[in-house]
Design a protein around this ligand. Structure first.
Ligand SMILES: Cc1cc2nc3c(=O)[nH]c(=O)nc-3n(C[C@H](O)[C@H](O)[C@H](O)COP(=O)(O)OP(=O)(O)OC[C@H]3O[C@@H](n4cnc5c(N)ncnc54)[C@H](O)[C@@H]3O)c2cc1C
Ligand SMILES: *[C@@H]1O[C@H](CO)[C@@H](O)[C@H](O)[C@H]1NC(C)=O
Ligand SMILES: *[C@@H]1O[C@H](CO)[C@@H](O)[C@H](O)[C@H]1NC(C)=O
Ligand SMILES: *[C@@H]1O[C@H](CO)[C@@H](O)[C@H](O)[C@H]1NC(C)=O
Ligand SMILES: *[C@@H]1O[C@H](CO)[C@@H](O)[C@H](O)[C@H]1NC(C)=O
Ligand SMILES: *[C@@H]1O[C@H](CO)[C@@H](O)[C@H](O)[C@H]1NC(C)=O
Ligand SMILES: *[C@@H]1O[C@H](CO)[C@@H](O)[C@H](O)[C@H]1NC(C)=O
Ligand SMILES: *[C@@H]1O[C@H](CO)[C@@H](O)[C@H](O)[C@H]1NC(C)=O
Length: 640
């Protein structure tokens, strides 16, 4: 009974393999020029024409250090779903604080971009997004990397908090960019226009009750209006001199002749005060100072234009091959790990160092790269194992660059293929990281290298905990690992299935989320179309659509098959010479495939059918003899 089931699922898997092979064939037909469009680092989460100033390694020091204004910086990772969901809030904050820009600039830096790795390391960013406040004159000193601001503070509260911080930057004499944020004194009230620019036609007085920021926010809001000067008054008795009673009238305008006009405000919110002042300014036909065009960051605009046909060709390839695993994605994951996430950690020690040693150990044992890549990872593993107490992320990066220079190149591609996105900032790295993780669990289960069933899961868990730059993902994953009893996984096959089930749980949670790519909806993997055998057709269960009745043997077989290195697709690979030559055999088969494709279709179908029947027969014969040892079709194929 069990044997037949296995044979039939094996047959399906084998059919699948054939389909996979035929697609490999079609891949070789696509002109290389279409594939050569590298997936350039994208703009990050913010548009250069928007209100959030974009920082990169090229303008960071010039924008952050020794400034005569304050600065708010968000350190984020483009791929982090939580950062993506946060971006609209940060944009709204930047929009709200835009009138303050000469006093407080709102900026952001993408820590996911390779060139910014060093900055995010130097500023000791531990989670994403991190928002930091920098005072005027800030200098980068050890132990002072800006003040953490809770990014999830509600926008009105955060605005009020910023206004108070700016008011507390008390050394205003050397801060000509700051408006006068002090509250009006008795003496000043006598000579309101003293020391003011001759442009100023009105002084606008705002009565600011205790513990509110209506005055401060109004001052900052109208700082760049040349015709008026806004001041705040905290003392009600002083305010009364200007017909402000704190009940009916809360704002007063004073012109150079000393004429006072009081105004009421509908609500005690900064917005209501600002709206009242605005309507006055409008009535006077005053305008804010015209804005300088924003400084363009050179390489950004260029990248934006780069969304050529390469991507859409890849998308249609991938959509017609939903379950293939691509070499390019495995490499993209490694690239981000080795060049960005690990080097981004300032000081790697203790448990974190152990986690690094473990993941490199696993990568070394089940390396998806070619011979040079194997060598580099092996040396890198030795390097981290020899770091006894601590290791700087920068030193790791230097060592990697040195090894790559000596033995490289190690990567055959530089673009996402299976993890290609149809929209900016979707999929990409996190998708490739899952793919690599599955790949590692499968390689461990296929080989006898280690008999520790937890070897790969422990390494993955440690990496996600200490290095994965999606902070919320990391927290979720750890909670899930405990809940799903990761440490009780009994063997390597179960480890493959553990990760599969865990990933499906995440898919389930994220289905329909705004971070989902509409062309690649989250499904319970594999779909029925990809592996009908994986879905048991038990009528009792299938009637309740909520959960799928999986045939776990078939799922395991399916995963082992799609992650078989022999069937990892090289679509999108640019430098095949870097990879293991072991696919030579496959390449010869592919040539046969080419012959097929040029033949009469019916003839081709006939041969296909014949071939399948022969293979099924061969498999049955073989499976009867050595079912226990070789339960999976790819093992047999490996011997052909
Ligand atoms: C460890 C980890 C935890 C994450 N946690 C979160 C989180 O908490 N919140 C959040 O917003 N994002 C999280 N992400 C990101 C999120 O899971 C996706 O990676 C991201 O949304 C991109 O999705 P995708 O559609 O490209 O496919 P992904 O879900 O990334 O899958 C990549 C590929 O793996 C294959 N696949 C899909 N499911 C399975 C499966 N069950 N078994 C085997 N292969 C499968 C498919 O071919 C798929 O294209 C996490 C990522 C990782 C690596
Ligand atoms: C930026 O400033 C820091 C600290 O002063 C310095 O170490 C670093 O080299 C500077 N970076 C650039 C690109 O100038
Ligand atoms: C403030 O700093 C900016 C940038 O360094 C400079 O362009 C501007 O002139 C300075 N403003 C004043 C008033 O010093
Ligand atoms: C600013 O305020 C702080 C704390 O109140 C005080 O220690 C410091 O001397 C003040 N600086 C100036 C220039 O007023
Ligand atoms: C106000 O002005 C008077 C006279 O010009 C001066 O003596 C007094 O010190 C001033 N008060 C403050 C608080 O500056
Ligand atoms: C202002 O805040 C302080 C400290 O939180 C509090 O003691 C005081 O009562 C508040 N005043 C008003 C008018 O709410
Ligand atoms: C770590 O310890 C080993 C053996 O004790 C030693 O050979 C090696 O040099 C040490 N490595 C570093 C980086 O200190
Ligand atoms: C590795 O070295 C090659 C040259 O051998 C170089 O082209 C490539 O950019 C380097 N890659 C990385 C990731 O540093």
């Amino acid at each position: 009974m069990r044997s037949t089931c296995c044979v039939s699922s094996g047959t399906v898997v084998f059919l699948l393999t054939l389909v996979g092979l035929s697609f490999l064939t079609s891949a070789s037909v696509i002109p290389a020029v279409f594939l050569g469009v590298p997936d350039k680092p994208e703009n990050g989460l913010y548009d250069p024409s928007g209100k959030v100033a974009i920082l990169t390694v090229n303008n960071f020091n010039d924008t952050v250090l020794r400034q005569n204004r304050s600065l708010l910086v968000e350190f984020y990772n483009t791929f982090c779903g939580h950062c993506q969901r946060y971006a609209p809030h940060y944009k709204a904050l930047a929009e709200r604080l835009h009138p303050w820009r000469e006093t407080l600039l709102v900026a952001a830096i993408d820590c996911n971009a390779f060139e910014n790795t060093g900055i995010c390391r130097d500023y000791e960013i531990f989670g994403y997004p991190t928002v930091r406040y920098f005072s005027p004159g800030y200098m980068c000193k050890e132990g002072n990397y800006g003040q953490n601001i809770n990014p999830h503070t509600e926008i009105n509260e955060l605005t009020a908090n910023m206004a108070q911080r700016l008011a507390a930057e008390n050394d205003t004499d050397s801060l000509p960019n700051f408006p006068n944020l002090h509250s009006l004194t008795e003496n000043e009230s006598k000579t309101l226009f003293n020391g003011l620019d001759s442009n100023k036609k009105f002084v606008i007085l705002i009565y600011e009750p205790e513990n509110t920021t209506v005055g401060l926010e109004s001052i900052l809001q109208f700082h760049l209006w040349p015709d008026v000067q806004v001041r705040r008054i905290n003392d009600l008795n002083l305010a009364k001199k200007f017909q402000i009673d704190g009940v009916r009238y809360k704002i007063a305008t004073v012109d150079r002749e000393g004429n006072v006009v009081p105004y009421g405000v509908t609500e005690d919110t900064p917005q209501a005060y600002i709206a009242t002042v605005e309507s006055f300014l409008e009535a006077q036909h005053f305008k804010p100072r015209s804005e300088k065009p924003p400084k363009a960051v050179a390489n950004l605009a260029q990248n934006q234009a780069d969304d050529g046909s390469g991507r859409s060709i890849i998308i249609s390839e991938v959509l017609s091959n939903k379950h293939l695993v691509y070499q390019a994605d495995l490499e993209m994951a490694l690239r981000q790990m080795l060049l960005n996430e690990i080097p981004k950690v300032h000081d790697i020690r203790g448990e974190q160092l152990l986690a690094l040693q473990r993941i490199l150990g696993v990568l070394q044992r089940y390396n998806p790269l070619g011979p040079q890549g194997n060598l580099v990872i092996r040396r890198l593993h030795e390097y981290v194992v020899n770091a006894n107490e601590s290791l700087g992320g920068g030193d790791f990066q230097t060592e990697f660059e040195h090894l790559n220079k000596t033995f490289g190149p190690i990567f055959s591609s530089n673009q996402f293929v299976g993890c290609v996105a149809s929209q900016h900032n979707k999929r990409g790295y996190t998708c490739s990281l899952w793919t690599l993780f599955h790949h590692l669990t499968v390689q461990a289960a296929r080989q006898e290298v280690s008999n520790d069933p937890l070897e790969v899961l422990t390494a993955i868990h440690g990496y996600v905990k200490f290095f994965f730059g999606c902070t919320h993902c990391s927290e979720h994953f750890q909670a899930m690992a405990t809940r799903r009893k990761i440490w009780n996984v009994p063997n390597k096959d179960e480890a493959v299935l553990w990760l599969w089930a865990a990933h499906n749980e995440v898919n389930n949670r994220l289905a329909g989320d705004e971070t989902e790519d509409p062309k690649f909806p989250k499904i319970q993997f594999p779909s029925e179309a990809s592996c009908s055998q994986c879905h048991k057709s038990d009528p009792a269960v299938s009637s309740s659509k909520s959960s799928i009745n999986w045939d776990k043997d078939a799922v395991l077989s399916f995963l082992k098959n799609i992650h078989n290195p022999g069937y990892v697709s090289r679509y999108g690979v640019e430098n095949e010479a870097v990879l293991q030559p072991s696919l030579e055999k496959l390449r010869q088969k592919r040539m046969i495939g080419n012959v097929f494709s040029e033949m009469d279709m019916r003839m081709g179908m006939l041969l296909y059918g014949f071939c399948i029947v022969m293979m099924v027969l061969a498999f049955k014969l073989f499976a009867l003899k050595s079912y226990r040892k070789k339960p999976y079709m790819h093992d047999i194929l490996g011997k052909v």
